[in-house]
Design a protein around this ligand. Structure first.
Ligand code: COA
Length: 131
């Protein structure tokens, strides 16, 4: 087993950095909302899995706000913040920032709060481990 400490559940660095592909563009020339949502779900699932120290499932999306369009050639960074811990569930706020103009500008483009539930081996809710 490694002596290195486990990664913090919610580091200040982005959980995910990703570049949309041309196939992710809708008729307006913007990136599909569903593409962004799935990237947020992936990022939130990484954090939730660290908090739960095991498997998790997305049970709800509490809020989702598309603030500004994502454009081709943007680099998307997803930041995560554990907003609420319940008995078996947790709410994670996900903020999406687009870096554009060759890195000269950054814009907050999407934000949402996703709820995840820790699962046991029978895919049923499992209490979160103590902090
Ligand atoms: C996740 C799942 C196992 C929860 O089962 P359930 O019978 O609703 O479980 P419970 O009623 O005991 O709720 C478990 C926790 O989830 C929370 N929860 C359930 N539904 C919720 C909702 N719609 N919004 C927010 N929280 C919710 C409950 O408040 C509870 O939290 P707590 O223990 O921290 O108080 C079940 O809903 C499921 O399998 N859903 C499908 C998950 C999935 O496939 N996701 C997409 C792919 S990952």
């Amino acid at each position: 087993m490694s002596d290195r400490p486990a990664a913090p559940a919610c580091p200040r660095d982005p959980i995910l950095r990703v570049v949309p592909r041309p196939a992710d563009i809708n008729a307006n020339g913007h990136i599909f909302g569903g593409w962004v949502l799935s990237q947020m779900d992936i990022a939130g699932g990484i954090v939730a899995g660290r908090v739960a120290q095991g498997p998790v499932a997305t049970v709800a999306i509490e809020t989702m706000e598309f603030i500004a369009p994502i454009l081709l050639r943007d680099i998307i960074s997803i930041y995560a913040h554990l907003e609420r811990r319940g008995r078996t569930s947790m709410a994670i706020r996900l903020e999406v920032v687009a870096t554009r103009d060759g890195g000269r500008t950054e814009e907050r483009v999407t934000e949402g709060v996703f709820t995840f539930v820790a699962l046991d081996e029978n895919h049923r809710p499992r209490p979160l481990p103590p902090i």
